[in-house]
Write a protein that binds this ligand. Structure first.
Ligand code: PEP
Length: 249
């Protein structure tokens, strides 16, 4: 497995002035001193993509979108295509975040089509999966996640340009985190599934991120869990200092 990936999902947060100041601080940290062991990725809201692409130039920090449409262009008011994200300097895009599945009724099939559109534009899709609190309480977490994986992953198993983010819905933005033993169980299950679907080598090459209230204080414990290949960070990615502390863990 290569470098861990620490990805920041800014969601619908960030105005040009203060957002650019945080991005500049992050770029300055990344450009000074020894390079981080981890790969850093920031997924800001769409209006900040172009200015951030300039700020991150030569810093090694990657840029990503938070969603993309299944089509490359056309009559889809308010949407953005994978091709447009790539044009703005992105190399990654998050698809199937639980907030999009809930707010926009996105199905596994739609998430899969988005992941394929992302690959078609040479972007690496970060496919999000995760159970709700009710599903975990009723012992269905693993089967729900398995269903989402089987339904949401793009075709072409041999293509390892893929990241999966396990984000228990009840842990997102709540301050609650999954226990390391639960994270280990879920990530191990996802790894086994990937090996079954893609073969051992390709299955092992897919990075599996954990997401859900990752903070500087709990990052070390979570990032040390077997089969955790990085983190998808929401709230704590908005402050350069906190995001850097997680990435430098
Ligand atoms: C997320 O939105 O992907 C996320 C994990 O958010 P938070 O870190 O705020 O829980």
């Amino acid at each position: 497995m290569g470098r861990q990936l620490i990805a920041g999902n800014w969601k619908m947060n960030g105005l040009f002035g203060p957002g650019s100041a945080q991005a500049k601080e992050l770029a300055a940290r990344a450009s000074a001193g020894t390079p981080l062991a981890a790969e850093l990725l920031v997924c800001p809201p769409a209006q900040l993509l172009l200015p951030f692409a300039e700020i991150f130039q030569d810093s090694g920090i990657a840029l990503g979108g938070q969603d993309c449409h299944t089509a490359a262009r056309g009559a889809h008011t308010g949407d953005i295509s994978a091709e447009m994200l790539a044009d703005a300097g992105c190399t990654y895009v998050i698809v199937g975040h639980s907030e999009r599945r809930a707010d926009h009724g996105e199905s596994d099939a739609e998430v899969k089509a988005k992941a394929e559109a992302a690959r078609g534009a040479d972007l690496i899709p970060i496919v999000c999966v995760g159970e709700t609190e009710d599903q975990r309480r009723s012992g269905k977490a693993l089967s729900v996640i398995e269903g989402q994986i089987r339904g949401s992953l793009p075709e072409n198993p041999e293509d390892s340009r893929l990241v999966i983010a396990y984000e228990p819905v009840w842990a997102i933005g709540t301050g609650l985190t999954a226990k390391p033993s639960d994270v280990q169980e879920v990530h191990g299950h996802i790894r086994d599934l990937l090996s079954g679907l893609f073969g051992l080598e390709a299955g092992a090459a897919v990075r599996i991120l954990y997401g859900g209230s990752v903070k500087p204080a709990n990052a070390a414990e979570l990032l040390a869990v077997p089969n955790v290949d990085g983190a998808l960070v929401g709230g704590a990615s908005l402050l350069a200092e906190d995001f850097w502390a997680i990435a430098a863990t």
